[in-house]
Design a protein around this ligand. Sequence first.
Ligand SMILES: *Cc1c(COP(=O)(O)O)cnc(C)c1O
Length: 286
Amino acid sequence: MVKVILNDKIIDRSEAAIDIEDRGYQFGDGVYEVIRVYDGVLFTGDEHLERFYSSADKIKITVPFQKEELLELMNQLIQVNDVHDGSIYMQLTRGASPRNHVFPSADTKPVLTAYTKEVARPVESLENGVAAMVADDIRWLRCDIKSLNLLPNLLAKQAATEQGCYEAILHRNGLVTEGSASNAYIVVDGKIKTHPATNLILNGITRQVVARLCKENNIPFSEEAFTLEELRNADEIFVTSTTSEVMPVVKLDEREIGNGKPGQVTRKLQTLFVEEFESAKQAYSL
Ligand SMILES: *Cc1c(COP(=O)(O)O)cnc(C)c1O
């Protein structure tokens, strides 16, 4: 029987019940994280938990656990569900209370849920690249919070899917922010550009890993917003996320990027990224 986390307990999925007045269900009043599991080991778990606490703090929810406890709980769930290559999804809501926009009384307990799933690395797409489309960024002005409210992201992703695209790359007034569920980058003359980590994007953990790998390997990396025109004329485009890793975009709005194959800089980053999670795995098992 597959297990899930409900607050501080690991229970059968079929036994996990959420109140219909849970504020996550009614308002999307909560935050979440998706963490990758490679060979049964959490990758960048600390960084994700750090962001989880930070997202919760920004919407004034107190996480009712110490970070170490939470990490321990997640690791236990991975073990009992025997996850090999997959992910763990975790969310925290403001809890259940009679529907009212105003925050509930201080004794209302936040509700933590988490589940795991087995997902293979998207090797075929990583190898050949994917198509993307451009869409308006119609989100709010606190995209730095990994909030449960994802309607604009869902609409953009659905539009992309209907166009046969893997991702929608969003822009505000012609300046590219990020993907609907990923961070977006261009490569021009060997130099990488991506939107700075402001309130207009979610500062991806994968983005932070890529930034560090660039620094360590002398690959020029600039946190600088770029225009739609720069995007369309880029030598290379890629997007990153926990599940997509370093994903080459080889087609944008039906036009090929570069020669229609993943570019050199993107390839190099893919190699460095694989080395990174392989060595994180090794370090963990020591
Ligand atoms: C989660 C997310 C990302 C990617 O973040 P990772 O930590 O790399 O998975 C990028 N953009 C949005 C909007 C996201 O929700």
